[in-house]
Design a protein around this ligand. Sequence first.
Ligand SMILES: [Zn+2]
Length: 259
Amino acid sequence: MTSPQPRSKISLKSVNDELPEYTVRVSDRAKCVRLSISVEDGLEVVIPVNYDHKKIPEIVQKKRAWIVRNQLKLAQREAFLQSQAPHELPDRLNLRSLGEEWHIEYQQIATKSRAITIQESKAQLQLTVKGDINDVEACKFFLKQWLIQKADRHFSECLHNISHRAKLPYRAMTVRSQKTLWGSCSRDRNISLNYKLLFLEAAVVEYVLLHELCHTVHMNHSDKFWNLVSKFEPNYKILDKSLNQAWKLVPAWLDLQAL
Ligand SMILES: [Zn+2]
């Protein structure tokens, strides 16, 4: 009679060998396989058209250490946000990029439409949120819209100036709400910027804008790309590194919003 291996050992091994769960996305822009991890989509394998799907498990297997490391990073970030998130409405917004700290007041007003309005007093840097302020989610939603508009105005101007100075033209700019991306640049030279950059220091924001503008020339992070960045911002390494922790400056209630 052969003695079978202890069951526990077998099952442990099979758990370890199991590939992490992932989804596959075919992209007509992708030139090679790319892995990405985000809160929204989990682990995603982006493959070029006509790519042999059979090769995917092996790639995921090879990248296992990277995947585990990044999944852990994401989990730690979520835990931090949960621990920081206030359950009540915010009373201030520190827009470091503008050097403006806005105070927020709330006024309960009965309205038929349950609409929320935001009144802005620029001289005092004060926002007054009026309406059914017991509807916390609605208040947050409108505050976020106010921030997006603010980001749109401010970043349009900044990007225009930096583009002009560096002689790096772009096609259009949009402000978006991304969970893990500060900015991106498409092949058509359209630049997307995260409105949460408003909460970062001005020097870091300028670096992000410059970084995306340099992608209009090099769509990668090659040496050529970094040489171009360093031409305009010799301090780019420190600034780029600071982005890893910069999300801590963004109020947790914004990141946890399902808006
Ligand atoms: Zn980049």
